[in-house]
Design a protein around this ligand. Structure first.
Ligand SMILES: [Mn+2]
Length: 358
């Protein structure tokens, strides 16, 4: 298991590589080229410069999050082949700088959804929260406006202004795509890219839908044990795997996180993990709590133990964190709380490891 930290890149993140390097136990960063429009090839020269920057800071660059999937691939329209070609070329370039895992998602139009980006908590920190009624009643354009207003001036991945401008039109295009067709569009993509992933030795790790239920009538399919199984069977290569995000999958109470980890990590199909806690306020309402089990609704010991027992040797990052100690910045992606989360996960891991070997 290697611990990594999401860093958005110089100019896109106020957290520096030098600060990340000081988190105990860290091995590298998870990053991306934020300014490359979705569907375009990531230039090798840019990637080499990024690799040098990260490695000069004493960190490794082995995981990319995300290389986003162009909407035409998700919609399954004929122009998808051009974007798949570009994706393969980007995978090739990433392999040339030593990247081992690419995280991506197949959520239509929208990425993750929250109703609040800075909910004040009683301890004086603030965090992201999800209120189901609010999201179900709000118009997509209004939601994107609300997200924009709460984002502290950062362009949030998945909520880029260009993407949002055309949101209504893109949502309309999905009216004719059934869930079955959507699965076929995923398979078409996998069958095209996975042979190249094998050749380049880069594993693909799909991120589950967040939250794991339909929003604005759009299909969301990577959300449960059975659907993850179906996804993995679409293409049975070990290079076709998942990012096991405890927060995304765990927001559906029907998902038993330790059992999902044991099953899929045990088979070697989990290449990357996002580990965080959340606190339910009702069946579908929650806020993102501190990582400790006692602060949220998940048993973090059971989660880490399941990874340990599965002999998980992929990459783990803490996912979102609260804003604490007066920090401001990109919602969910402050330095301090995510660093505390890493220390906690490593503490659980060390304790489990030592108890196992006594
Ligand atoms: Mn996640």
């Amino acid at each position: 298991m290697k611990i990594v930290f999401r860093w958005f890149g110089a100019g896109f993140d106020k957290i520096t590589l030098e600060h990340i390097r000081q988190i105990p136990g860290i091995s590298g960063v998870v990053t991306s080229l934020m300014d490359i429009p979705v569907g375009e090839v990531w230039p090798l020269e840019r990637l080499k410069a990024l690799q040098k920057q990260v490695e000069d800071a004493g960190l490794a660059l082995e995981v990319i999050e995300s290389v986003n999937i162009h909407e035409d691939i998700k919609l399954g329209v004929p122009t998808r082949d051009r974007y798949i070609e570009a994706y393969i070329q980007t995978m090739k370039h990433l392999s040339q700088i030593g990247v081992k895992v690419i995280c991506y998602n197949f959520m239509p139009v929208l990425d993750w959804v929250r109703s609040e980006l800075a909910r004040p908590l009683p301890d004086g920190s603030n965090t992201m929260a999800y209120n189901h009624d609010y999201v179900m009643k709000i118009d997509p354009q209004m939601l994107s406006k609300a997200v924009g207003e709460q984002s502290n001036g950062y362009e949030l991945p998945g909520w880029e202004p260009d993407r949002l401008k055309e949101m209504a039109a893109t949502i309309a295009k999905y009216q004719t795509v059934t869930e079955e067709q959507y699965w076929q569009n995923i398979k078409y993509f996998l069958d095209a890219v996975i042979p190249w992933a094998e050749k380049y030795d880069v594993k693909l790790a799909i991120h589950p839908d967040d939250p794991p239920w339909p929003i604005f009538g759009l299909p969301r399919v990577i959300n449960s044990r059975d659907n993850i199984r179906r996804f993995l069977e679409l293409n049975n290569s070990p290079y076709n795997g998942i990012t096991l995000c405890t927060g995304s999958l765990g927001s559906d109470r029907a998902n038993d996180l330790p059992s999902l980890i044991r099953e899929f990590a045990g088979e070697g199909r989990v290449h990357f993990a996002h580990v965080r806690n959340l606190k339910f306020e009702s069946d579908k309402d929650f806020f993102e709590s501190a990582h400790l089990s006692s602060c949220g609704s998940f048993d973090m010991f059971a989660i880490v133990k399941a990874f340990y027992d599965a002999k998980f040797c992929g990459y783990i990052r803490t996912d979102h964190g609260r804003m604490i100690w007066g920090e401001t910045g990109r919602p969910g992606y402050g330095l301090y709380d995510r660093a505390l989360g890493i220390t906690y996960i490593l503490g659980l891991w060390e304790a489990i490891d030592k108890i196992e070997s006594y």
